[in-house]
Design a protein around this ligand. Structure first.
Ligand SMILES: [Ca+2]
Length: 479
């Protein structure tokens, strides 16, 4: 895709060309037109990218975005699962015991029951933005209601969360969004309990669905760049979510034998996902070759989705949208690839809650300098609202981190919260510690000495425990 913005401007007339010929627009909204937002969600993406100091990874496009924007070293999601994490993103709210559903994948039911708050996309739409969803932005892979048992005519269902003017998720050779979400090559999809958790097929990029999502995103960028209204375009890629499938050329970027598995611990337990949905047994995790193969698959799927993100960012460049488009890249939660003996995401450890967040604004101050400050996913809604000149709705519980975009040394919050298991488990992360509370069991980890959260030090630090338990009680939405 090498469409030039100037070609569009010719069609639009000289007046528009003059407006866009101005020097870089200020970051905040201008009188003429507020900035566009391109929001890229990546499913189950660990902060295991070259930009995050993981030199074994081949992720040049996300790395480049980080070099041009602000990379957040310590961004935390609210829950270790797709639905609740994305619900917090789109509402700006913490999970709450008042609505236990907000801790689980059914979080978006709240909209169905008409008690959902004003969504981020609805707020942008109400303020003159054209809003588009492509792929997995809320919980389902196309944003329509309906679980895996609903595969046909999904577009007849209402959206999971209101506010999208356009919902356009191509499913290519897989015919429906759920089949595409669990895609194997050649139009195949997952058979629960039987399919392998990884695949290396000799196919091109369009051998898997994320290339189609990138195609759709590029098409909408072209269309929206010629439109009169600012746009809010959200694109949700499927990989590296299980199954760890990718074209062979992305597997070939890594040498299996050199994949480090020294931080893989003996099996303790696994998420139901590996067990229930794929031909995976606990005993397999004692096999170093298999463990290396799983990590290899995750890395290949990450490089594959990186390439698709690169195509979308290239279109942003080629269309001349950089000067008035905010780009956000966000992972919906992390993942244990054997750390602490766990395979999956459903824990409140650092591995599950820390994710990549990269924000690039048109007039980025100190581009390429990363920020160490804590930020939380509930902070994204108020940040984007502020950057685009919108009021922050009263229900939003996050705090704008726009000051960190101006100054990478700035701080905005001193804690990041999380919850899981219908409210039975909570966590708070501070600059130095993580505390996890599960009923009467309280665990404390000291990141100054133990970044892998391997040793509970609650017994040694009762004062810290007391302080952080009190902090946890201040989590918004708690009784
Ligand atoms: Ca996810």
């Amino acid at each position: 895709m090498t469409l030039d913005r100037r070609d569009f401007l010719k069609k639009m007339g000289a007046g528009a060309a003059c407006a866009f010929a101005a020097a870089a627009l200020p970051r905040a909204a201008t009188a003429e037109r507020p900035p566009n937002v391109l929001f890229i969600a990546v499913d189950d993406l660990r902060p295991e990218l070259g930009a995050y100091g993981k030199d074994h990874m081949v992720t040049p496009h996300m790395d480049r975005l980080a070099s041009e924007g602000r990379m957040f070293e310590r961004h935390y999601v609210l829950a270790p699962s797709c639905g609740p994490s994305r619900y917090a993103l789109l509402t700006g709210m913490h999970p709450t015991p008042e609505h236990p559903v907000t801790y689980g994948n059914g979080a978006f039911q709240l909209y169905e029951e008409s008690v959902g708050p004003l969504s981020m996309q609805q707020h942008f739409r109400d303020n003159g933005y054209h809003t588009t969803l492509i792929g997995k932005v809320s919980h389902t892979p196309d944003g329509y209601r309906g679980g895996q048992d609903v595969r046909e005519n999904r577009e007849q269902n209402p959206p999971e969360a209101p506010g999208w003017q356009v919902m356009d998720t191509p499913s290519g050779q897989w015919n429906d969004a759920w089949s595409a979400f669990f895609a194997y090559a050649f139009g195949e999809t997952r058979t629960p309990g039987e399919s392998p958790p990884l695949e290396k097929a000799e196919v091109g990029d369009r051998g898997y669905p994320d290339a189609y999502l990138a195609d759709a995103a590029i098409e909408h960028l072209v269309r929206r760049s010629a439109g009169d209204d600012p746009f809010f375009l959200a694109v949700g890629f499927y990989k590296p979510h299980l199954p760890f499938n990718a074209p062979k050329k992305y597997w070939d970027l890594y040498d299996r034998d050199s994949i480090d598995i020294s931080d893989v611990d003996p099996y303790v337990r696994t998420g139901g996902e590996f067990f229930g949905n794929y031909a995976h047994e606990a005993a397999d995790t004692e096999d170093d070759d298999y463990v290396r193969e799983l990590r290899h698959g995750y890395y290949a799927a990450t490089s594959y989705v990186d390439a698709q993100i690169g195509r979308v960012l290239e279109a942003v460049d080629n269309l001349g949208l950089n000067e008035n488009t905010i780009v956000v890249l966000w992972g919906d939660h992390g993942y244990h690839l054997g750390e602490l003996g766990y395979w999956g995401k459903h824990t409140l450890h650092e591995h599950s809650l820390r994710v990549p967040l990269i924000v690039r604004t048109p007039d980025m101050a100190h581009p390429g300098e990363s920020a160490e400050a804590l930020t939380s996913t509930v902070d994204i809604y108020p940040t984007l609202a502020e950057l685009c000149g919108l009021e922050v709705p009263d229900h939003v519980e996050g705090e704008s981190f726009a000051p960190i975009l101006d100054d990478p040394q700035a701080t905005t919050i001193d804690r990041a919260y999380g919850g899981w298991n219908r409210g039975a488990q909570h966590t708070v992360r501070t600059d130095r510690y993580r505390l996890i509370e599960h009923n009467d069991d309280v665990r404390l980890y000291d990141h100054e000495t133990d970044p892998g959260e391997r040793e509970c030090v609650a017994g040694d630090k009762p004062g810290v425990v007391e302080r952080l338990v009190n902090k946890l009680r201040q989590m918004p939405g708690q009784p």
